[in-house]
Design a protein around this ligand. Structure first.
Ligand code: PSU
Ligand code: MN
Length: 309
């Protein structure tokens, strides 16, 4: 473990003893949700993971140290605003220069892996952006999943992205995609992105068996477990489609590019839906981390059974 990576005692003990752990990302807190609500969500997500029998490990970079598992004071700093958004390529820069930053799915996967954590719960995965043919904007989340054995529980990819292209890329990169309790690939704010998922599972134990088999074959890629937003919290389809069209036009008009696109569109959604997208976003993350805790529990059981053989 590099010196610049610090694993919280609660997390390190759980990993060492083969108990369930769930990694949580900080970009969703720092750039996906507005302050001060984000701080309450940060605490709530950790509580949900603990209630599900797992240790939470929220990941961020603070003072040039990558922290896996944060103290309440550190969560305050992450949620107070002003943190850079760190993708995988930015981690070494932030550590080398002694900076602070919030970690994306890509960066969180890398640090979770270093800390020995296999299950990670979040909101939405990054993917292929609309217009990627011109902009080349494809999230590093995909490239990192191709080479990092971590299972990411999310609500599919945001409808802000090119969903069919993202599913194609995940196939090319040999990242298995499972949909939980549904045949449809979820579209973040919506339970159905309009595309079917390749494989449906209905039990956390099935997910753990699939991940164990995938990794036993020597695969170095991660897996995606796509969990649809709870029915009651789904965003109204018409509202969603209208706000998405407006947001995309606004991003184009303002010339927003690269890593700024997702936070800008998420913020536009939160304002233009009068907070409905925020309610939906928080509801789906809650559901995902609860499922991640169950999957982490099942994963430790499968690992213990493998060790006992
Ligand atoms: N899901 C959310 N809010 C977010 C994100 C996902 O509900 O802010 C973040 C994740 O951290 C993801 C990142 O890794 O967006 C992708 O950003 P980009 O497209 O720039 O790679
Ligand atoms: Mn991007």
């Amino acid at each position: 473990m590099p010196d610049a990576v610090r694993v919280a005692p609660e997390v390190a003990d759980a990993v060492a003893e083969g108990r369930p752990v769930v990694a949580l990302e900080s970009t969703l807190l720092a750039h996906g949700l507005p302050a001060p609500d984000n701080r309450a969500v940060a605490a709530e997500l950790e509580d949900i993971v603990r209630a599900g029998g797992a240790a939470p490990a929220t990941v961020a970079v603070l003072d040039g140290t990558a922290a896996v598992g944060l103290t309440p004071d550190e969560l305050d700093r992450v949620c107070a605003g002003g943190l850079a958004k760190l993708s995988s390529r930015d981690l070494g820069v932030a550590l080398g220069l002694g900076l602070d930053g919030a970690t994306t799915v890509a960066a969180t996967c890398l640090l979770a892996r270093l800390a020995g954590i296999s299950v990670f719960g979040t909101g939405g995965l990054g993917g292929v952006h609309r217009g990627a043919r011109e902009s080349w904007d494809i999230s590093a989340d995909l490239a990192v999943l191709a080479s990092t054995p971590v299972l990411v529980v999310c609500s599919g990819v945001k409808s802000l992205l090119d969903v069919p292209a993202t599913l194609e890329q995940l196939e090319t990169l040999s990242v298995p995609v499972l949909t939980f309790g549904t045949d449809a690939f979820p579209g973040f704010y919506q339970r159905d992105s309009g595309r079917p998922g390749p494989w449906r599972v209905d039990q956390p134990a099935q997910v753990a068996e699939v991940a164990a088999a995938h990794w036993a074959l020597g695969a170095m890629s991660g897996l995606v477990l796509a969990n649809p937003v709870p029915e009651a919290d789904e965003l109204d389809r018409e509202l969603h489609d209208r706000v998405l069209a407006e947001g995309l036009a606004l991003a184009e008009q303002r010339g927003v590019r690269g890593g700024d696109v997702t936070p800008m569109l998420l913020e536009y959604f939160h304002i233009a839906t009068g907070g409905a997208s925020l309610t939906c976003n928080v509801a789906l993350v809650r559901a995902n981390v609860a499922l991640a805790a169950e999957v982490a529990g099942a994963h430790t059981e499968v690992e213990a059974a493998l060790r006992a053989r």
